[in-house]
Design a binder for this molecule. Sequence first.
Ligand SMILES: [Zn+2]
Length: 313
Amino acid sequence: MHGNSFATNKPDGGPAVMLAGHVDEIGLMVHYIDDDGYLFVKAIGGWDTQVLVGQRIEVFAKEGPIIGVIGRRAIHLMETDEREKAVKLKDLWIDIGAADGEEARGRVSVGDCGVVRSDTISLGATAIAGRSVDDRAGAAVALEALRRASERGTAARVIAVATAQEEISGKSGGGARTSSFEVKPDAAIVIDVTHATDHPLSDKKQFGDVRLGGGPVLSRGAVINPRLVEALSASAQRSDIPIQWQAAPSVTGTDADSIFTSRSGVATAIVSIPNRYMHSPNQLIDLEDLEAAVEVIVGFLTSLESGAPFLAE
Ligand SMILES: [Zn+2]
């Protein structure tokens, strides 16, 4: 329901541990088609408008996907000060090669959505870059952790949830709110990407120290249940998996924000995958961090006994 998908190992197990990764991604929505056939769009989620310039866009229209390109005045035609300024979304358009507004309106409707057209690629030995790494990576970890935990044996009822609408949820909570209400978990582990700070112009004093390939990231903070995070950290230690740490004093900007206040409160933790260039068409992660995240979660799940010790108080 609500676009969420669920997978579980055994309906009667306990404690109930929800693993959540969101499967929506940022995109664009057509809101105006002018008489020359150009599409103007609103943002679905948080775009850096600069990365849209020069991209190809796949618009999901009624009759099937349509390819368009982002149009902008060529550099030769810009005023000097325009070249130095950041472009605004209202000054970009999608050109689908339509002759006029009538043709464009016949192919695309107001409210149609689109994404940047880009394929996932491998880089170096273990890195990949792709458009929807945020957060298909997390959803993949959730499902794989469920699979391995049921293979190796766990007392827990593990529910892997591919959640909807994280990118637009804000305070409303999106699919994480409705799915955690449905699942009624004793504990929830949210798997999402977090900013790696190991690239140029990244200030560690401001954004902390997170490295690609340095292992999954555990957060500590108001949203996070300390016992649950300790149990995940202990699991990492048992398997000699390096962990990185992040401080989250307030809301986390992830599904955790809505899950931890679901019903009368859910013990929640976040396992994050270091990610460079978030919300760009080329979000880069290391598959070894992904693998390590799965093992940390599986190690935790297989160590659980009936009952939920992290909820004792
Ligand atoms: Zn995101």
